[in-house]
Design a protein around this ligand. Structure first.
Ligand code: PMP
Length: 366
């Protein structure tokens, strides 16, 4: 049927419901705890690398292979360079993986749904819808944990964040391995955006040589404190990395810009600063969680740089979200079934979290 309100060409438009990023307000005087940024800033190695930049690099196209960054990451994780793919934040890497791998059909030629949790990173259904990938969500248990057994049926691929977002709960490595092992015919993407804030040894990067269907995706936006430079990467086997690169080069060969390549390669060399900032955030997280529990909040166990917390009875997360905003405290609220009484609060510096706690205390004892 012809819609009288539509121009002819509009029928051919790819119509999508886009992902909504967290607000990035211009005002610097707010306490910004809404996008899981790292409050400490990148290592000084980044500054040094910037000083070492030749402006001729702005004139020339960047290295399409981003080899300096790829090499730095390969060295850091003791893998080969052909086991690393880099992109414009992990969103770009994940999107490329969706395009590359989530195209499976069964013996009757029907597309198989990909699987991910019902409460998870809200970009997954957006990519799936945009790319026409069928998907099925698996409900988290009542305690908001993932049941690994849910991922045993036929599927066209699996994507799971570990720790999960926005719950902040992490799944023990043995359960992640079960999912990878039980799905040898599917690609399993483990999105480890927040894994550096989980106990050391939780990552499944060391399983990439054991299973040929595993992709681990990481980001510089959280633990490396470089969200503004947009760097993400995938670690997997050379065959998988080649498939992703083929799609990348079929879409946009120059994804990585010259400063990001340089700075990204430099910061992984400063392990001491990296570990120090992570332990500060973890310490602040634990203290903040305990303090707000003392006010009656329910706080899910966090292994990330944020907490997912529900206010005590008589208060709603939505009103608290609005009140916080009025006081210049930005947190994240998802008006979504099961989690519409929770706030996702990024862990900032100790002083910021003290201010948030004091505000909650005042508000709840008015
Ligand atoms: N995965 C998860 C689970 C996230 O929460 C985020 C941050 N929004 C990303 C991936 C993407 O992060 P980035 O593109 O900044 O690397």
């Amino acid at each position: 049927m012809i819609d009288a309100n539509m121009n002819g060409w509009e029928a051919g438009v790819r119509k999508v419901v886009p992902y909504t990023p967290g607000e990035q307000p211009k005002n610097k005087n707010i306490i910004k705890l809404n996008t899981n940024e790292n409050p400490y800033g990148p290592s000084n190695e980044a500054l040094k690398a910037l000083e070492g930049m030749d402006m001729d690099e702005a004139r020339r196209y960047p290295d399409p292979t981003a080899s300096e960054l790829v090499k730095a990451l390969a060295d850091y994780y003791s893998v080969d360079e052909n086991q690393v793919f880099v992109g414009v934040g992990s969103d770009d890497v994940l999107g490329m993986c969706f395009m590359t791998f989530f195209n499976q059909t069964n013996e009757r030629g029907e597309r198989l749904p990909i699987l991910f949790p019902d409460i998870t990173y809200s970009f997954y259904p957006v990519w799936a819808d945009m790319l026409g990938i069928p998907y099925e969500t698996k409900a988290l248990k009542d305690d908001f944990t993932i049941d690994a057994a849910d991922y045993n049926g036929p599927n066209g691929g699996i994507v799971i964040p570990n720790p999960n977002a926005p719950t902040a709960i992490y799944m023990a490595k043995a359960f992640v391995e079960d999912i990878v092992k039980n799905n040898p015919s599917s690609i399993v993407i483990i999105d480890e955006a927040y894994i550096d804030f989980a106990p050391q040894g939780s990552s499944v990067i060391d399983l990439i040589d054991k299973y040929d269907n595993l992709i681990v995706v990481r980001t510089y936006s959280k633990s490396r404190s470089m969200a503004g430079l947009r760097i993400g990467y995938a670690i997997s086997n050379p065959k998988i990395i080649k498939f992703i690169n083929d799609v990348k080069y079929s879409y946009n060969s120059y994804t990585m810009n010259a400063p990001s390549i340089k700075l990204g390669a430099a910061v992984v060399k400063d392990e001491e600063y990296f570990r120090e900032t992570i332990s500060k955030i973890v310490k602040t997280r634990e203290e903040f969680a305990e303090k707000i529990k003392g006010l009656g909040f329910t706080v899910l166990p966090s292994s990330a740089n944020f907490v997912f917390a529900s206010p005590p009875e008589g208060y709603t997360a939505e009103e608290l979200f609005e009140e916080c905003k009025k006081r210049g405290i930005y947190v994240r609220y998802f008006k979504q079934p099961r989690i519409n009484n929770f706030l996702r609060i990024t862990i900032g510096k100790e002083q910021d979290m003290r201010t948030v706690y004091e505000f909650f205390k005042d508000f709840l004892t008015r």
